[in-house]
Write a protein that binds this ligand. Structure first.
Ligand code: HEM
Length: 370
């Protein structure tokens, strides 16, 4: 994972929805040993139209749309997304099953179109399928680049960057500043992580292809037995069709189901949180909140094998940046403006409107801003 922070999207505090994909291959492997057990039915869900399923009724603000449907269909329900099946999870207990108890099965992420643009600086670990390559990237990330030790050794770099920002804000005293832009566009390519990561190109396709190739070898001359073999036969037999079923179609179909864990809803569930919509940071003061993926009432960094690899960095950066901002300046809104906290759905939640505020230096000695 690189630490080159160049998109505001990376710095929004609340993850919205964790999207995982479960490939048919993994599903087949997972059910292999229980092949004589009947498949359990899918969870309930709204009726969809033929072919498009529920796609036409989807609201772009997925987190609230999913939350509303949960009122009717409960903590786990099914949506038909065209030909794909979406399973939406909105309770801590089911989230635990998906993210922790069965995390090897659910450890792949789907690559949404928006996600491709909003990768963490373009590194591949986030979208890499669970497997040897992801394990290697994860090891490099967690043990070498983002370990506590490494992060401690680059404290001076962090300090320099933050001080540079504070200096800039001092020069803007009394004028409006876009805080998100200033804080989150700061470059922190600590240890040149991005450079190192660039060479490790995603080989998602190759991995599927190699599984398919292996399967081709096994099935050669034998009767088709499973879904993949059926698809392979279809690919081979329809060469003359108007729209041939190609290897690309086959790979797309292998990503047959998605699981959406609605973290947004769980983090606002009034049965878990007292007055969840009230801004009340004091609720975290008692220190009983564990955000290392063990508490499924509160898991801003995810959980299980794919838990955030940058928690140690986030802890350092956010605490340091926020403390520096409030220590060095008093902040006010431009006259006549009110604080707009409306949100915009994304892989992580963003503020709809940028936070524009005016810094007033509060330290008596100007040299402290040098
Ligand atoms: C407050 C800030 C942050 C929050 C709330 C956050 C949250 C998350 C969440 C929810 C996930 C997905 C976990 C899952 O699928 O179960 C994730 C993944 C990830 N995060 Fe963060 N993150 C933050 C900051 C960072 C930073 C600063 C870095 C690196 C410098 C980072 C690196 C990663 C990586 C590499 C992954 C993918 C891990 C994998 O797939 O193996 N994150 N993060």
């Amino acid at each position: 994972m690189n630490a080159y922070i160049d998109e505001p999207v990376q710095f929004v505090l609340v993850s919205t929805i964790i999207i995982l994909s479960i490939s048919w291959i993994l599903l087949l492997l997972a059910t292999k040993n229980s092949s004589n057990k009947k498949n359990p039915p899918l969870p309930p869900g709204p009726k969809g139209l033929p072919l498009v399923g529920n796609l036409l009724s989807l609201d772009p603000d997925l987190h609230t749309y999913f939350t509303n449907l949960a009122q009717t269909y409960g903590p786990i329900y099914t949506l038909k997304l065209g030909k794909k099946t979406g399973i939406v999870v909105t309770s801590p207990a089911v989230a635990k099953q998906v993210l922790k108890d069965h995390d090897t099965i659910f450890a792949n992420r789907d690559v949404p179109v928006a996600g491709k643009e909003a990768t963490y600086g373009g590194s591949d670990i986030v979208w890499n399928p669970y497997g040897p390559e992801w394990r290697m990237l994860r090891k490099v990330c967690v043990r070498e680049m983002l370990s506590n030790n490494t992060l401690d050794t680059v404290y001076d770099l962090r300090r320099r960057e933050i001080r540079g920002t504070i200096r800039y804000l001092y020069s803007r005293a009394g004028s409006t500043v876009d805080i998100g832009e200033q804080m989150f566009l700061t470059r922190f390519d600590l240890q040149g992580i991005q450079g190192k990561m660039k060479g490790l190109a995603k080989r998602f396709d190759k991995i599927f292809e190699s599984i398919i190739e292996q399967r081709l070898k096994i099935t050669d001359g034998k009767e088709s037995k499973d879904f993949l073999q059926f698809l392979l036969q279809m690919k081979d037999n329809n060469g003359d069709a108007k729209t041939p079923f190609t290897m690309t179609h086959l790979k797309a179909l292998l990503m047959g189901a998605r699981v959406f864990v609605n973290v947004w809803a769980i983090h606002r569930d009034p049965t878990i949180w007292e007055k969840p919509l009230e801004f009340c940071p004091e609720r975290f003061l008692d220190g009983k909140w564990d955000y290392n993926g063990n508490d499924f009432n509160y898991f801003p960094f995810g959980s299980g094998r794919r838990i955030c690899a940058g928690t140690a960095m986030a802890e350092r950066m956010f605490m340091f940046s926020l403390a520096s901002l409030v220590h060095s300046f008093d902040w006010s809104l431009p006259v006549g403006e009110t604080l707009d906290l409306s949100e915009k759905f994304g892989i992580v939640l963003k503020k709809k409107m940028p936070l524009i505020a005016i810094p007033t230096p509060r330290l008596s000695n100007p040299s402290l801003y040098d």
